[in-house]
Design a protein around this ligand. Structure first.
Ligand SMILES: Nc1ncnc2c1ncn2[C@@H]1O[C@H](COP(=O)(O)OP(=O)(O)OP(=O)(O)O)[C@@H](O)[C@H]1O
Ligand SMILES: [Mg+2]
Length: 293
């Protein structure tokens, strides 16, 4: 059985004693220092098979085969290890993670520019890349959505959307598939003087542009951060030669769909203030969806 200490030895790093961090997804991520004094991160996924193993293999494949060709910055893959019981990667550790409320306007616009570059890059389809659900309502459980949204006014406001969730899906599909990061939120993006550095490629694959843009905004909502979404969409659309108004409608549909149908399953991970913010956001988005054309 492989151990974290064995891997650190093999990778030639000294682990920081106070850096134990198990990611939500179940990987162990540890900070350490290389022989030349530079910081590094070891990410280890103990899994013999199944979803977790595929995710770890996908991330390793990403760094080995794709990371250099995407027009955005990623950590550097310094070493890796694959055995029956685990997949481990040693990555450079530039910059810092900042929570969404600490992101500046310029950081959000950098995210828009980087996503445009990423989404413009043609990537051949292959067995390991993930395919986001397309045409299905994510987390599809009508009883759950209808019972979750029970604050005053919500059931009435959301009823036409619950009766026709396919209208949201159709709007999200207005732009063609592209290669997505797949988990685009501020905990996965390092901020450096030279720009953003994108980490955590475990669920990279094909999805809709609007889904990725909406996810970035939606994941920030519980924190109270207010990304300049209209400007993000405008900059992104300009870079990709897309119609900004049509894209804005698609992003609205994607964010609303994710909030109403998928978010209830994750509500329990949030503070009560965060939950309140998402209720407020869902109501705003639904009003816009139902009144703006
Ligand atoms: N190369 C890196 N340099 C610096 N910090 C990193 C690096 N990679 C990851 N981290 C830090 O470790 C955290 C967890 O790493 P990562 O997101 O890759 O793993 P994860 O298992 O997917 O975690 P989660 O499920 O929380 O997203 C990141 O949110 C980030 O704070
Ligand atoms: Mg992560």
């Amino acid at each position: 059985m492989t151990t974290v200490d064995q891997l650190a030895h093999r990778f030639g790093i000294v682990l920081d004693p106070d850096s134990v961090s198990g990611g939500l997804s179940g990987s162990a991520v540890r900070r350490g220092t290389r022989a030349d004094g530079t910081p590094a991160v070891v990410k280890i996924r103990f899994a013999e098979s199944g979803f977790d193993r595929v995710a770890a293999e996908r991330e390793l494949t990403f760094y080995r085969e794709l990371a250099g060709d995407l027009g955005i910055k990623t950590p550097e893959l310094l070493a890796h290890h694959q055995s029956d019981d685990c997949v481990a990667i040693l990555l450079s550790a530039p910059g810092t993670i900042r929570p969404a409320p600490d992101w500046t306007h310029d950081h959000w616009l950098a995210l828009a520019g980087d996503l445009a570059a990423l989404h413009e890059t043609p990537v051949p389809d292959g067995g390991l890349w993930r395919h986001a659900p397309d045409g299905e309502v994510p987390g599809s459980d009508p009883d759950r959505w209808r019972s979750y949204w029970d604050r005053p006014g919500e059931a009435e406001l959301f009823a036409p959307i619950f009766d026709d969730p396919g209208a949201l899906t159709a709007a999200v599909r207005a732009q063609p598939f592209c290669f997505n990061h797949g988990d685009c939120h501020t905990d996965n993006i390092l901020i450096t003087e030279a720009g953003l550095v994108w980490a955590d490629w475990q669920v990279a694959g094909f999805g809709r542009p609007a889904g990725e843009l909406a996810f970035a905004a939606g994941r920030a909502a519980p924190s109270g951060a207010t990304p300049p979404l209209a400007e993000i969409i405008k900059l992104y659309a300009d870079r990709r030669g897309l119609d900004a108004a049509e894209l804005a409608r698609s992003v609205l549909a994607a964010e609303l769909s994710t909030a109403l149908f998928a978010w209830p399953a994750y509500a329990g991970y949030n503070s009560s203030a965060g939950i309140d913010r998402v209720h407020g956001r869902a109501v705003d988005l639904a009003r816009r969806w139902l009144t703006e054309v």
